[in-house]
Design a protein around this ligand. Sequence first.
Ligand code: ZN
Length: 227
Amino acid sequence: MRIAHTCANCGHDLSRLCALIDPVYGLPIVVCPRCREAVVRTSIPVRTRARQARRLVVSLAMLAFSVLLTTGFAGAVIGLSSVVFEQWVRAQRNSAAPWTHEGFVVAAAVWAGLALTAGVWTGAMLAHWRWWLVLPAWVAMLFGLIFFVEVQQVVEFIAQGEEIDVLALATGVVQGHSGTSRVLIASLVPFGLGYAVGLPIGAFTRRSAARRMWRRRRRIRLHRRNA
Ligand SMILES: [Zn+2]
């Protein structure tokens, strides 16, 4: 709590009260509701900078958190996509319909639930992205992660002094994951459904955040004009 936000006479907390601009003095003035003392609201540069630094740290932490969580979701969907495909193949080997095969049903349910959750999360967090950009970005992220894992192994090969054919590697990765790739692309359906749910949530939280920011800017503007 800032010193200027307490009453100079009785110490009552005035931080929650709106400072009205005095028509005669042109200063932001708060009248204490307890003792009727008039207090001028001031801003202290040192405090302002500390608050700005805190805001920056919080927003950077939020960014890191959302990147980690999004990567985690994508990694989990990739892992489950290969499991879903394996279970599909196993069911066919037993010449059973996949939806009567328990392993497939469980894997597919968890996979769909994760992709759905990832969609809700993305819709809520990236509400300012264009929807036609989010879906290809999701697919690019899934395939990008697969390539990332493979490239790490390739780097190890190169470190051991082996020759690598880049084109053969790329086609090899796609072919090697062809079953998984189909499931990955199918994940667009639950992901898209979740995204449709997440968008209004994100729009709502962004609107209230925007309202808060607008109030803050207006307060600063009023203060500057009268300083
Ligand atoms: Zn007072």
